[in-house]
Ligand binder design. Structure first.
Ligand code: BGC
Length: 277
């Protein structure tokens, strides 16, 4: 991932100035990059974490040292009381919220016949229920607060989905089911709140080098195998998603709602069909 000062240099025009953002699961991987990019683009950013407050605090300190604004806030997004407490804390410190990035997500992989109910429930709870709970609280706040001079929209929600909202994934049925659910959650919320000028979209990343999939890219052999799935012929990095999140949060995408933006190097082009079928 780029350094905070490199990221700051990408956004001299500060498209998110004056706005407040909450990024869930923001102390590693894609969430960290999204938090760093939103902050560099001018938003005050709340960094949600579950464990390792010192890591979240180091990211916040880095943002602040580069002239940005940041806070940290603990919550397991699958827990309603914890989500309510987190929103209370963020709204108290920031006054309101303009951008929610529902990023927190995890994998608990197993073949179907060996998958436990705990593995199923953990993934559905964080990846799907968490996105419902945080979206509900964000929309409540957007409606309470009303329009601002900082954005054409009343508020923006970005769901972190996956290419697996459309690509079935053997050995990961809990994860793929959660991301398929995120797709309809996103679209249904977008349809419901569009009249309030709230924009709701997903980013659907492909293979991005983060801790969640380290086994898929950390050796040259694994990376070569992974590249067979990616027409653009490079594995993604978290900055790729941070840049997309800034654009999707900004008025540059003001007429876009209810869509999934695939940031996947073409993984959803099913490269296997280039030489088969
Ligand atoms: C998963 C990664 C995987 C990627 C492409 C993501 O949603 O979390 O583990 O590498 O999809 O398959």
């Amino acid at each position: 991932m780029s350094t905070q000062s490199e990221i700051v240099a990408l956004y001299p025009y500060k498209p998110l100035a004056g706005q407040k953002a909450l990024v869930t699961g923001a102390n590693s991987g894609i969430g960290e990059a999204v938090a760093r990019h939103l902050a560099a683009a001018g938003a005050a950013v709340a960094i949600n974490y579950v464990v390792h407050p010192e890591v979240a605090q180091a990211i916040a300190d880095d943002i602040i040292a580069s002239g940005g604004e940041a806070m940290i806030t603990a919550a397991n997004v699958g827990s309603e009381p914890e989500v309510l407490a987190m929103f209370g804390e963020v709204l108290t410190k920031f006054g309101t919220l303009d951008i929610l990035v529902n990023n927190a997500g995890l994998q608990r992989d197993a073949p179907l016949t060996e998958m436990t109910i705990e593995q199923w429930n953990t993934v559905i709870s964080v990846n799907l229920t968490g996105e419902f709970l945080c979206s509900r609280e964000a929309v409540r706040e957007f409606l309470r607060r009303g329009p601002t001079p900082h954005s054409s929209a009343l508020g923006k929600i970005i769901h972190m989905s996956s290419v697996h909202e459309v690509i079935p994934w053997a050995g990961h049925v809990n994860y793929a089911a959660s991301k398929g659910g995120v797709n309809m959650l996103m679209k249904s919320i977008a349809q419901e709140v569009g009249k309030h000028k709230i924009r709701v979209n997903s980013i659907a990343p492909g293979a991005i080098k983060t801790p969640i999939n380290v086994g898929a890219w950390s050796t040259p052999e694994a990376e070569a195998k992974l590249l067979e799935l990616i027409p653009y012929d490079r594995v993604g990095i978290a900055d790729d998603i941070g840049k997309a999140a800034v654009w999707l949060s900004s008025d540059a995408s003001d007429y876009i709602t209810g869509t999934s933006l695939f940031v996947d190097g073409g993984m959803t082009l099913y490269e296997g069909f280039a030489t088969n079928g």
